[in-house]
Every structure is written in structure tokens, then in C-alpha cells.
Ligand binder design. Structure first.
Ligand code: ATP
Length: 257
């Protein structure tokens, strides 16, 4: 029942918190918190349907969803998508910080990564969000040290062989320095480029953030906003810039009230 589901989710959250290797993110973000990025939202929606009917899908012959790799400019909604995905998948969101995996003793880093993966598998179905993956794995295969290379090898092997419902969302600002083995099919199901929003997308991002103000009863409605003009004069802005314009405007209104 819905109550059981909630109880299981609470138990999983407790278990993850205790481990200290992965962080549990509680987030209210939903798909409609994202302006634009329609293809990616559609894609995540389809994957969530598979997650919701996993045994039927697997019996039908659908492969276990592995994950998605989101690459692009900072502030354009990659993290937001990972959070919204957890809401529509209705599973816990575990954030893995590759930097915190590194230990000072021989073999400790590899062991930390192995443990973190084990925790994610025990918490499955869940989403494992690996933020800024390029910080951990860029340069592997070149001058990188042996520990990172081994961790990379273990991670690739797990991604390739994984049969548990741990959906991996990796985010990166720049994928160029990442080894090609990570980007080829078989590891992630798909790679999406999340770049600066188009004019139409900026309009939608303004709408999302102005609707949030309406939700908080800061303003009554959006009738006085000229979304066409707002999106025209914000060419080159990312989602975070647009959010900041709105926050600044609210602050100015408060100070000049
Ligand atoms: P980074 O690579 O620096 O981590 P990011 O791409 O993960 O950046 P987010 O953290 O998702 O960016 O976005 C920062 C903030 O900007 C979000 O919390 C959100 O409020 C706003 N934002 C960004 N993109 C969008 C969008 N498409 N729709 C609505 N809000 C957005």
C-alpha cells in the first residue's frame, strides 16, 4: 500500500544516511519545475514508466534501464533534472560525490566506491546521481594515477554488468576530457547535451519561476508579465541567471515598497 511504500522509503533513507558515503537528497522538484528541455523530460518520463512496471517490462524483453549522462553548460538544469527524475521515478535520490571516495590508505578509495555501489544496490530501486563526474575521471588513460584508473575500471564494469534497478544519472560540464569508454553505448543508455536555453525555453523558465512566486502567494497572477519581452532581452542567460533575475527583482520590490 502507499503507507508501506512510504515506510520502506523511510527505512532506506535511514540506511543510506548511516553509511556516510552517499548523500540522500530530499527534493520537492518535479518535471514541471523544469522550463524547456522537452526531449529530456519526455525521455525521463518514458524511463519512469518502465521503472513503475519493471517486472512486466523485463518479462516483455525490455532491458533494465542503466542511466543517462547529462553534459552541458553550468546552470542549465542538469542537477534539476536529476532531482525531478527521482520524483517521477518515485525512488530515493542518492548523490555520490566522487571526491569524497578518495581515501588515504592503499585500496581505500576502491573500497569506498565498492561500498557506495553496494549501498545503492541495497537501496534499489533508486537513482544514483554522480555529479561532476569529469572531476573524478577526466584524463583516465593518460597521466592519471593508478587508483583513479582502477576506480574507473571498476565503475565501468559495474555499469556494463549491472542488473539491479539503480538508475545512474551522471552530470558533467565538459565531457571532452572523459575517456571514450564511458561515453559509448552499453554504459549509459543515452547522452543528452543540456545547453543554454532557446528563446522559447527562456520564456518557459520565466514561467516556472514566476509560478513559484504565485505558489508562495508573493504575487497573485502572471497577467502583468510580458514573457515575450523577458525572453527577448535575456539572450545568453542560463536557467540559474533567470532565477537570479527574479530573486533580485523580488528583493528590489521589497526594498522599494
Ligand atoms: P552545474 O553544472 O553548475 O551544477 P546545473 O546544470 O546542474 O549546473 P542546476 O543546478 O540544475 O544547473 O540549475 C541551477 C538553478 O537554476 C536551478 O536550481 C533552477 O532554479 C535554475 N534552472 C536552471 N535551469 C532551469 C530550467 N531549465 N528550468 C527552471 N529552472 C532552471
Amino acid at each position: 500500500s502507499a503507507e508501506d511504500k512510504e515506510m520502506i522509503l523511510r527505512q532506506k533513507k535511514g540506511m543510506v544516511k548511516k553509511s556516510g558515503l552517499v548523500e540522500l537528497i530530499d527534493t520537492p522538484e518535479k518535471l514541471d519545475s523544469i522550463g524547456g528541455l522537452d526531449d529530456l523530460k519526455q525521455y525521463l518520463k518514458a524511463k519512469s514508466s518502465i521503472f513503475h512496471h519493471l517486472s512486466d517490462a523485463l518479462n516483455f524483453g525490455v532491458s533494465m534501464p542503466k542511466g543517462v549522462f547529462l553534459v552541458g553548460m553550468p546552470g542549465c538544469g542538469k542537477s534539476l533534472c536529476a532531482k525531478a527524475a527521482a520524483s517521477i521515478f518515485e525512488v530515493p535520490l542518492l548523490k555520490l560525490d566522487m571526491g569524497s571516495m578518495m581515501g588515504k590508505y592503499v585500496g581505500q578509495s576502491e573500497e569506498n566506491l565498492r561500498k557506495a555501489i553496494k549501498i545503492a544496490e541495497a537501496a534499489a530501486p533508486c537513482i544514483l546521481w554522480i555529479d561532476e563526474i569529469e572531476k573524478a575521471f577526466s584524463g583516465v588513460g593518460g597521466q592519471s594515477d593508478a587508483v583513479v584508473a582502477r576506480m574507473f575500471g571498476n565503475f565501468l564494469y559495474w555499469m556494463q554488468e549491472k542488473s539491479s534497478p539503480v538508475y545512474v544519472i551522471a552530470t558533467a560540464n565538459n565531457a571532452e576530457s572523459l575517456p571514450p569508454e564511458l561515453k559509448r553505448k552499453g554504459r549509459f543508455d543515452e547522452i543528452f547535451c543540456v545547453n543554454l536555453p532557446t528563446k522559447e525555453e527562456r520564456k518557459k523558465i520565466f514561467e516556472v519561476h514566476i509560478n513559484k512566486l504565485i505558489g508562495r502567494e508573493c504575487i497573485e497572477d502572471s497577467a502583468t508579465f510580458d514573457f515575450e519581452k523577458l525572453s527577448s532581452v535575456t539572450s545568453g542567460f542560463n536557467g540559474a541567471d533567470i532565477e537570479s533575475v527574479i530573486c533580485q527583482t523580488v528583493e528590489d520590490c521589497f526594498l522599494n515598497d
